[in-house]
Write a protein that binds this ligand. Structure first.
Ligand code: GLA
Length: 738
């Protein structure tokens, strides 16, 4: 009986699934859409698939069936952009695909083969448009996943063939986007260690602008594979057409923006083709990473909402779960600790209201103890001298004190001074017999090698097997690849290295996630060196930057949170003076900045004393009260720190609009007659909000409207003004519906 029911249920789903596969009807437009945006393609007379439109949903798109652009009259064939432009046919732009066929031919021309639309569930549609070379048995599946409610469309491409021999892929992008406007402004993110995710916006001029990384690891420290593209003017926060993309890939990448002679713009983005020629045999498939795309006609703040909502729901781990308040041991002890010191930190953390203690670098290595960054990486056995009762004891101790326990690991790396380097020199990334350059006195393990993948997996697995009370790992990666090469890959496949490394890394993550679905994982790479949606798929959060100086963090978090959500943004209160910058900041300013992300601490709690201790304890309590809104709510950037007034401000509004939190910062000395004023966003016009100032020191100089109520309408029209004149000061306000 039971079996019959199961079979019945299965066949019901099967029918439902099959009936949702719609075959394309000739002369129909092919649409990929979400709730408020769509891409429109059509097949032309020669079989090419043309990319006609990406923007807001149209009431009637049928004129596109007849559409011709001006260039059509000038040439024998249309040069209306194709869905996925290869090198071949009449094209002059940077191609999305360039490959060498088995017979040596270097051109490819793709024509329509078929389209399938699959409804995965009520929110997600998949559209696969299959293209075929018009001469060779070579196919490209262009896969769009549309997330309707979140207004996100992801794109990836798979190439496969039945040619007589290997084909050589010289370039394969995840996406090609053509746009046409009077002018284009590109916003991108750049930086270096301790100053990640600076924002730069520039007007595109004729020619090609590029954002790329050739580093393989720690890719996002200097640039990030995300961009905003604004049409006809600089990108507005709340107005204007903005297109956005972010590549979900932790390896090398390249995104080009080509402004051609007709003033059309062609965006091509994906894995960096730089020394990455990849060969595939007949019937093998190569699939690119996904480019995550979104469009807004209400400026870039809407883009942020799309990405944050999508990331929490579909891309980061446990995106529906509130994050614990962390104490990370690094700046509190560095390598200099023993069991007694760590137990004391756990005790202090517990009293302060911390919920997760993370033991950072320095806990491992015996023959080559990790007492400095020049030894021990690779030898993931607990250092018996420092921690005689092992990690298990610490994890259980923390647990008894009511805290979760986390631990740092950097499993892709190896110090020359380590047992691992002694035993497995063949596992280290190297270029033939050349010198292996170190960075931070370490080498990189060759993750293209399945044996190395197994070792890395085992290292983490063994560590986690020590105790079921290890709830969190901080996965670090403190250098990038130089002199790339692998002893594992054959000599004619060395150019597979960059891609195989990243695939190897994902393979390890996959296996760990399958075994430890509940584990919390932080992605760290010397701070924000691996912040991308590829790695984030396996992680709960990232370490945003090693620079915790609040006046710098305001900029770093502002840039980071354009694409990546606050719930994943590790933001810690650290010691005074700041260890990176030597600057002094009040405890309030440090908390007020860290509380706009995932709050944590990075210091020795015993060093906070007297009234500061009471302040810290209360601030942590306040954070717990507002964190649902900060981590799950909608972010509104009110005043950018990049404006030159010195003031900046942001707010979060809970999804039900019942709670909001407003942060205001001042980075300059302001004249005593000046005051900060801004209109709020995202509130319910008709509701009354009671405002309460949080983290006020000794309740002095409180906001004039403290504990008073205002309508959402008033706050969004008249705004709020506060006295904030001294440099490096801040205020936090809680707004709650009465
Ligand atoms: C990197 C990280 C730091 C810390 C150290 C430990 O620099 O960004 O947070 O974990 O490594 O060596």
């Amino acid at each position: 009986m039971k079996r019959t029911i199961i079979i019945f249920i299965l066949s019901f789903f099967l029918i439902d699934f099959v009936s949702s596969v719609n075959q394309w009807q000739k002369n129909e437009l092919i649409k990929v859409s979400t709730n408020n945006q769509e891409m429109i393609f059509k097949v032309d007379g020669s079989g090419k698939v043309l990319f006609l439109y990406w923007g807001s949903i149209m009431n009637d798109a049928t004129p596109f069936l007849e559409y011709k652009n001006k260039n059509f009259q000038l040439t024998d064939q249309t040069i209306t952009p194709q869905l996925y432009q290869p090198y071949g046919g009449i094209t002059y732009i940077e191609p999305a695909l360039q490959l060498t066929h088995a017979d040596g031919v270097i051109t490819t021309e793709l024509i329509f083969e078929k389209v399938e639309k699959i409804s995965m569930n009520e929110n997600i549609d998949h559209t696969v448009i299959t293209l075929k070379d018009n001469v060779y048995p070579l196919y490209a599946d262009i896969l769009f996943k549309s997330y309707k409610k979140e207004n996100i469309i992801s794109q990836s491409v798979s190439v496969y063939h039945k040619e007589d021999g290997d084909i050589q892929i010289n370039k394969i992008a995840s996406t090609y986007i053509p746009l046409h406007a009077n002018s284009y402004h590109l916003t991108y993110f750049y930086g270096s260690w301790g100053r990640e995710m600076n924002i730069e916006e520039k007007k595109l001029t004729p020619g090609i602008s590029v954002i790329e990384s050739k580093r393989g690891v720690r890719n996002t420290q200097s640039t990030n594979p995300s961009f905003l593209l604004s049409l006809n003017g600089v990108s507005g926060e709340y107005s204007g057409d903005v297109y956005a993309g972010s590549l979900a890939w932790s390896g090398t990448y390249k995104i080009t923006f080509e402004c051609d002679e007709t003033n059309a713009l062609h965006i091509v983005g994906g894995i960096n083709p730089f020394v990455s020629t990849y060969y595939i045999k007949a019937n093998e498939k190569f699939t690119t990473p996904e480019m995550i795309l979104s469009y807004s006609n209400e400026g870039r703040n809407k883009i942020t909402h799309h990405f944050h909502d999508w990331a929490r729901r579909y891309n980061i781990k446990h995106g529906d779960q509130i994050r614990p308040v962390v104490l990370n041991s690094w700046e509190g002890t560095y390598f200099d600790f023993d069991e007694k010191k760590i137990l004391k930190m756990i005790d202090d953390a517990a009293i302060l209201g911390i919920e997760l203690f993370v033991l950072d670098d320095g806990w491992f290595g015996n023959k080559y103890p990790r007492n400095h960054d020049n030894a021990g990486l690779g030898d993931w056995q607990v250092n018996k001298k420092k921690l005689p009762r092992g990690i298990k004891y610490l994890a259980e101790y923390a647990h008894k004190k009511g805290l979760k326990f986390g631990i740092w690991i950097e499993p892709e790396m190896v110090n020359p001074k380590s047992e691992l380097a002694d035993n497995h020199p063949d596992w280290i990334v190297k270029s033939g017999n050349r010198e292996k350059p170190t960075e931070r006195t370490q080498w990189i393990l060759d993750l293209s090698n399945p044996l190395v993948q197994k070792f890395v997996y085992k290292s983490v697995d063994n560590l986690l097997s020590e105790s079921s009370h290890i709830n969190y790992i901080k996965w670090d990666a403190n250098r990038y690849v130089t002199n790339a090469g692998s002893e594992h890959l054959p000599k004619d496949r060395q150019s597979h290295f960059w891609i195989e490394y990243t695939k190897g890394l994902y393979n390890v993550y996959e296996r760990l996630r399958a075994k430890y679905p509940e584990l919390l994982m932080q992605q760290c790479s010397s701070g924000g060196g691996r912040i991308d949606f590829g790695a984030l798929k396996y992680h709960d959060e990232f370490w945003t930057s090693d620079d915790t100086n609040p006046s710098h963090r305001i900029f770093i978090q502002h840039g980071t949170n354009i694409f990546y959500p606050s719930i994943a943004t590790g933001a810690h209160v650290s010691a005074n003076p700041n260890h990176q910058t030597g600057m002094y900041n009040s405890l309030k300013f440090r908390f007020d900045v860290a509380m706009s992300g995932r709050l944590g601490m990075e210091l020795q709690p015993a060093d906070i004393t007297g009234s500061e201790y009471d302040f810290a304890k209360k601030a942590i309590e306040n954070y717990k009260y507002i964190r649902n809104t900060v981590q799950m709510g909608d972010l509104y950037r009110l005043v950018s720190p990049y404006n030159d007034t010195g003031w900046s401000s942001l707010m979060y509004v809970s999804k039900d609009k019942k709670q909001a939190v407003l942060f205001v910062y001042n980075l300059k000395f302001q004249s005593p007659t000046a005051f900060f004023e801004t209109q709020l966003k995202g509130l319910d016009t008709n509701k009354n909000y009671k405002i309460e100032e949080l983290n006020a020191v000794e309740n002095k100089n409180l906001f004039w409207g403290n504990l008073k109520s205002f309508t959402g309408d008033y706050l969004m029209k008249a705004g709020i003004n506060v006295d904030l004149t001294e440099p490096f000061t801040s205020r936090v306000f809680l707004l709650e519906v009465e």
